[in-house]
Design a protein around this ligand. Sequence first.
Ligand code: PMV
Length: 335
Amino acid sequence: MSNSSIDKASVVNRYLPAQLVAKENADAFAPSNIALCKYWGKRDVELNLPVNSSLSVSLAHLGSHTNISHSDTGLDRVRLNNKDLSLDSNFSRKVIAFVDLFRRGQKIALTIDTRNNIPTAAGLASSASGFAALVLALDEFFSLKLEKSVLSAFARMGSGSASRSIYTGFVRWDMGTQADGMDSVACQLDSKWPDLCIGLIKVSSAQKPVDSRSGMTRTIETSKLYPSWPEQAGSDLITLEQAIAEKNFSQMGACAEKNAMSMHATMISAWPPLVYWLPESLAVMHKVWQLREAGVAVFFTMDAGPNLKLLFEACSHSVLQAEFASMEVVRPFSD
Ligand code: PMV
């Protein structure tokens, strides 16, 4: 991990006009995404440049809606899920710092209104859709008309996984090599998989105790297993792309599950240990393994939180819905 000599503001600045022209109002939506090959570890903490490339599938209608308009009080207003937040809250500070990259000191007081239809900070990646929707809304509000790859790079500066939420479907985020990160951007894969289902198993909606940024730093600094991670992720990415191209479900599911468990192994071996699992998370894993033994083609993946995402095809939906009654199912290519 290195501390970049390049700061975000100077990178963003290169793409902005000298004087911003603001519209009345702009509205954008970005989907949440679930990584099948995870991003875990930064080589540059300022720009959120990753140690490895990653691959995700987006969650169709589940994500963030962001509206930007002028604030009539002369001060910024930050709203989340229909409530005004204190400007001192973590969320407001992150949003305002990000918007400031675009305003560059120009006095344009804004209302930034975000509505998530997924639980915030419960391992269902609302920061990914949140920053992607914010970048899309800023692009529209200031009529920037930036290319999608640039929007992906800017979203990445807010939250790494947000680079992937600029697109729908299967998305690969290439780690890139440039110091300014402008080649560390996501792109959409051609493949579609109409039968693919993602089952969201909510074990807890509580705020996670250690956010991904601190979790990654702790893992890189203390886990003796971490050095094996980039190679694992690199080979999983190749396997996953092949499985997706061939619609080989068992290869895709097995690789995604193994990738998630390998990431969690690096977290568990950090010090102090980073165990995002709750007893209920482990119970769901055992149930998935039992169902698989019994012939149901189902796999899981998990991020930096206790919730699980099941991967299965439409033919297994009813049997799995009966096993996991409260599971919410998303079909990324049919919803
Ligand atoms: O984008 P961040 O900083 O919230 O990190 C996301 C990390 C994981 O969700 C664990 C993996 C991923 O690729 O989404």
